[in-house]
Design a protein around this ligand. Structure first.
Ligand code: COS
Length: 384
């Protein structure tokens, strides 16, 4: 554990209270305005949330994965847009540096990411490269002591607010697959970097996504993560192994919230002269939700502990992301069903969660990619 038990319990309790008292009342407004209020972002900075996973030496809280997942579950009790404010700083926008960065890169960027002074963002996906990440075409050509980047990165979470991008680009055009890819730290104000307009999305309003366009974008040679070419795909995959665990934590938190709201509604709502919670068909839906959310939580905490113990968790992270994201989809669907007509009406917030959670089965690798990773790892294990 990075924190002693008492400090960690206090942190968790404080966050639970903050979510309950401050964030949940703002959910509808954030969705409607498509914006998390500045005062909340400031609170998050003060609470140290941007640095949850960043080592203490660089100004973060240095939580281990299990602790981070537990905090993220608490954040899952409210709309995902709130976690998105700091989610890329603690996850895919910083972990490339934490895992593979040079000392100098860590010193230069991690304190600013940990404090929330800058927002980090992860640019892997392209118009023609999504699930098949190793087919990416953005190029990085050495010119003097600079790299020149060209290409478009698509659907980049938090790009509109980002100060720093981890950009995967091909340094060796001769190598078509993963080994020709390198990872770079590209500052948002680099010459030749432009942002596309924000996309309108199915859900998660308040979290912003756009394209990042690189046109002869010049960056210094020392922006290459780890200072070694050809390692960028592996860096990206390692980052995603961790990211998939925290997304799984969000899925669990969102499921717990939906279960709580559904149970409350079922106990209050009367039909045929009694609360609908007394009807066995409603009970079956509640029970399925509870059982699946418990399984998901146990699974993600186990995988997090394995990661903290230094195990390779590629398979476990994929299992968690696959199971937890599919699980919260089923829970959200049942939550709508339990709420009946009210589940379809915006005022109750359930339909908003239903739309919000749909993203979990897509980003950081679709469910189908997770299945593929799980099976591939199983086959590798069998061959050993
Ligand atoms: N950790 C460390 N290294 C990894 C790794 C991991 N989790 N996964 C793969 N690698 C390494 C492999 O060991 C291999 O190295 P060697 O060439 O030295 O053997 C290299 O990376 C290439 O791996 P692989 O051959 O498995 O790559 P593939 O092109 O077959 O693709 C998948 C792998 C499909 C798993 C990958 O493209 C993927 O995860 N796609 C989804 C991308 C995604 O999540 N996009 C969302 C964008 S972020 S919101």
């Amino acid at each position: 554990m990075a924190l002693d038990q008492e400090t960690f319990s206090q942190l968790t309790a404080m966050i639970a209270r903050y979510v309950e008292e401050r964030l949940i009342p703002l959910e509808a407004e954030v969705s409607e305005m498509d914006r998390v209020p500045d005062a909340i972002v400031e609170d998050m900075r003060e609470l140290g949330l941007f640095g949850l996973s960043i080592p203490k030496d660089y100004g973060g809280l240095g939580l281990d994965v299990e602790e981070e997942v537990q905090i993220i579950v608490e954040f899952g009790h409210t709309s995902p847009a709130f976690r998105s404010v700091f989610g890329t700083n603690t996850g895919i926008g910083s972990q490339g540096i934490v895992i593979d960065g040079t000392q100098e890169q860590k010193r230069k960027y991690l304190p600013k990411l940990a404090s929330g002074e800058i927002i980090g963002s992860f640019a892997l996906t392209e118009p023609d490269s999504g699930s098949d990440a190793a087919s990416l075409r953005t190029s990085a050509r050495m010119d003097g002591n600079e790299y020149v980047l060209n290409g478009t990165k698509r659907f980049i979470t938090n790009a509109p607010n980002a100060g720093l991008f981890t950009v995967m680009a091909r340094t060796d055009p001769e190598k078509k697959g993963a080994s020709g890819i390198s990872a770079f730290l590209v500052e948002a104000d680099s010459r030749g970097l432009k942002l596309g307009p924000p996309y309108e999305k199915m859900g998660q309003q308040g979290a912003h996504v756009c394209d990042v366009i690189l046109e002869d974008c010049r960056i210094p040679a020392d922006a290459l993560i780890g200072g070694v070419e050809g390692q960028g795909f592996k860096t990206a995959m390692k980052v995603l192994d961790r990211g998939r665990l925290t997304i799984s934590g969000m899925c669990v938190g969102n499921a717990e919230r939906l279960i709580r709201d559904s149970l409350h509604y079922a106990v209050e709502r009367k039909q045929f002269g009694k609360p609908i919670a007394e009807f066995q068909l409603v009970q079956a839906m509640l029970a399925d939700c509870e059982a699946e959310a418990y399984a998901a939580k146990s699974m993600v905490l186990d995988a997090a502990r394995r990661k903290d113990a230094g195990e390779n968790v590629t398979k476990h992270a994929a299992i968690c992301k696959y199971y937890c994201s599919e699980m919260v989809g089923r829970v959200a669907d049942r939550a709508v069903q339990i709420h009946g007509g009210a589940g379809y009406i915006a005022d109750y917030g359930i339909e908003r969660f239903y739309r919000d959670v749909r993203l979990y089965r897509l980003y950081e690798g679709t469910s189908q990619i997770q299945q593929l990773i799980i099976a591939r790892e199983m086959i590798k294990e069998a061959a050993r």
